[in-house]
Design a protein around this ligand. Structure first.
Ligand SMILES: Cc1cc2nc3c(=O)[nH]c(=O)nc-3n(C[C@H](O)[C@H](O)[C@H](O)COP(=O)(O)OP(=O)(O)OC[C@H]3O[C@@H](n4cnc5c(N)ncnc54)[C@H](O)[C@@H]3O)c2cc1C
Length: 411
């Protein structure tokens, strides 16, 4: 079954790249997933494969040596990777977003001619590193405070100095910590009265003096992301390392909300994998398992039908979301986006839970992928800025309020 639904509706590039991702996922990533999950180790070999297949440069524009994939094409590929290794898909998202945000998303935003020229020059350097040299980027934003929820300025500060910035701060849950070549941090330009508008998206070289990776990494799920803590201690970063001009991230977050929806394709893939596993299990086709058929029981047929219905509901929203992505979406599109993101994250977990109930105790063995899917799927709803709670929060408010409307608090 194609994760992006009807193959006839796909562009030639979508068909080609989802096929590449499916082959890599099935033949390389899936067999390695258990070990990286068990060890909580980073899948460097998967990144070598992604590099070789050209997928590290998927969203780098063609004229700069990339594959020129748009938002919809990227999320389809990411979901296919997530179907085989959730942790690889999630960290791959952090890498690809660096190019998607600096690329097609930045193209859709307003800049002065000087900012645009500066941005073109800077991003050419980032694109070349990725397209020609296979470098890996990450996106450590979270700090443990209100900033990653979009409710306060970033606590990591970039103090302007001659030729660049001196960066000081701490990022938690930084996927690819110790694996990326460049950490794309969000920080606040350190100037008097700085607000959220003064956000700066800056690539900090992993080997710059003052950068350290600290802390333990032994979580419930998504263990292969190796999301340890990064500390930046007065790190000098040249101005040319800007991934966006000062202030542009703020504009992007307001005007291109689909930029945050790139976190859910991984979980679309996990939802699909939970269904795939259940069908194979009930048909007695799981490698290494005794050939005991279970598909003839009506209870199993009902359960798998319920799973398929939930999977198709999830996929419908996933695809709609993929095709809706554009600058300045209207209010209904934005609300559908929150609903889609919430649905994908929560349904991935619900489908993994249903899969375990349906397949039974033997399906829980660590030699099989299902218990990993169950643990990995639980992580989706926790991803800021759009946790399940915050999607509901935004949706509820926007269902009832139009811009500018407010009520007096009732004691
Ligand atoms: C496997 C994994 C990989 C990750 N990789 C990355 C990464 O590469 N880069 C990165 O930046 N982050 C990453 N994160 C971090 C993630 O996006 C969250 O920042 C992190 O999980 C938040 O931790 P917390 O739940 O303890 O946050 P808390 O801030 O304690 O929030 C807890 C919950 O409270 C709610 N909440 C938080 N703030 C508000 C608010 N202001 N108003 C109302 N409700 C609020 C939210 O629903 C949130 O889920 C990763 C997380 C995981 C689990």
């Amino acid at each position: 079954m194609h994760i992006a639904g009807n193959v006839q509706t796909l562009t030639p590039l979508q068909r080609e790249l989802t096929e590449v991702a499916a082959t890599l996922g099935r033949e390389r990533f899936a067999p390695r997933a258990e070990r990286h999950d068990r060890e909580a180790s980073f899948p460097f070999e998967n990144y070598d494969d992604l590099r070789e297949a050209g997928l590290l440069k998927i969203c780098v524009p063609r004229e700069q040596g990339g594959l020129g994939a748009d938002f919809a094409t990227y999320v389809m590929v990411a979901a296919e990777i997530g179907r085989h290794c959730g942790a690889t898909a999630l960290s791959y998202n952090m890498h690809v977003c660096s190019t998607l945000w600096a690329g097609v998303i930045a193209d859709a935003l307003e800049m002065t001619p000087a900012q645009r020229a500066d941005h073109e020059a800077n991003r050419a350097v980032h694109f070349e590193r990725i397209a020609r040299h296979g470098k890996i980027y990450s996106q450590p934003f979270s700090e443990g405070g209100a900033a990653a929820a979009g409710k306060a300025p970033w606590g990591t500060l970039a103090h302007p100095v001659d030729g660049g910035y001196r960066v000081t701060g701490r990022k938690i849950f930084a996927s690819l910590a110790g694996a990326a070549d460049y950490y794309g941090v969000l920080c606040t330009v350190d100037r008097p009265g700085a607000t959220q508008r003064d956000a700066l998206y800056l690539a900090v070289p992993a080997d710059a003096p003052g950068v350290t990776v600290t802390g333990d990494w032994d979580p419930l799920g998504m263990r292969g992301t190796v999301s340890r803590t990064l500390v930046f201690d007065d790190v000098y970063v040249p101005a040319s390392e800007r991934l966006m001009p000062e202030g542009l991230y703020w504009q992007a977050a307001l005007r291109f909300p689909h930029m945050f929806a790139t976190l859910s394709p991984t979980y679309m893939g996990i939802a699909q994998a939970a269904y795939d596993f259940t069908v194979a299990y009930l048909r007695a086709e799981v490698p290494g398992m005794p050939k005991v058929l279970r598909r003839m029981y009506p209870t199993k047929q009902v359960a798998v039908a319920e799973m398929r219905i939930r999977l198709e509901q999830t996929r419908a929203l996933f695809l709609q979301n993929a095709r809706d992505a554009a600058v300045d979406p209207d209010k209904d599109t934005r609300m559908r986006l929150y609903a889609a993101h919430y649905t994908i994250m929560e349904n991935a977990q619900a489908l993994a839970a249903l899969a375990i109930r349906t397949c039974g105790g033997q399906s829980l063995l660590k030699s099989l992928p299902l218990e990993r899917l169950y643990r990995d799927s639980r992580c989706g709803s926790l991803m800021l800025p759009w946790t399940a709670e915050l999607c509901v929060d935004r949706l509820g408010r926007e269902c009832l309020y139009e811009a500018g409307e407010r009520d007096e608090a009732i004691e």
